[in-house]
Design a protein around this ligand. Sequence first.
Ligand code: SAM
Length: 228
Amino acid sequence: MLKIDIITIFPNIFEPILEESILKRAQQKNKVKITIYNLRDYSDDPHRKVDDRPFGGGPGMVIRPEPMFNVLERIKKKSPEAKTILLTPQGAKFEQREAKRLSKEKHLILICGHYEGIDERIREELVDEEISIGDYILTGGELPALIVVDAIIRLMPGVLGHEDSAQCDTFQDNLLEHPQYTRPADYKGMKVPKVLLSGNHKLIKEWRKKQALLRTKKRRPDLIKGEE
Ligand SMILES: C[S@@+](CC[C@H](N)C(=O)[O-])C[C@H]1O[C@@H](n2cnc3c(N)ncnc32)[C@H](O)[C@@H]1O
């Protein structure tokens, strides 16, 4: 079972997403155990304050080291081998290969920043890895953490309905997925390619592979180049 601990100042953001669909089922099947830590519970401040103004001036607030050290020391005491990941736009870009790698870990701790970010000493002392979900700035690390969690969990064996579902997805072989169709075979004159109705699995496989290649060459030639 993969353990994921998420440290946040907005714990309520997580429940609606984690309590639906595949993420909910993965937890029910004990494939993953997700624990949300409210950073405010680890503040020594009487008002549970976790942020302060930046030294040197400038706009916004910065998350203070003390509550983050408190919560991480507590988690790491029980699980010293846990990998601590900071969600930050300054991190390495999160791609499918990182999702695959992280899905094989035993215990991940995800730190969600907010405001102007976190005190640099947290990053230096406590963080093993930094992940960005893309070159844009969000308000907080909560949505990035959920994206990382979702991408990881659906790759874990036994989580998806069909074992091979994730194997066919876009990016699995550095290819975009082939086009998909469902019933009806003829919708207002728009017909499904005949080969998909043929029942010939060899031909269907070849057609799908060809379509995936064509689509990738047209839309994401960089993925194919990445293979060379
Ligand atoms: C407003 S951002 C802070 C940005 C910071 N001032 C900077 O320029 O690097 C607040 C928090 O949102 C999260 N965040 C924002 N954009 C992100 C991204 N693209 N990937 C991962 N986390 C992100 C991080 O946890 C960050 O600490």
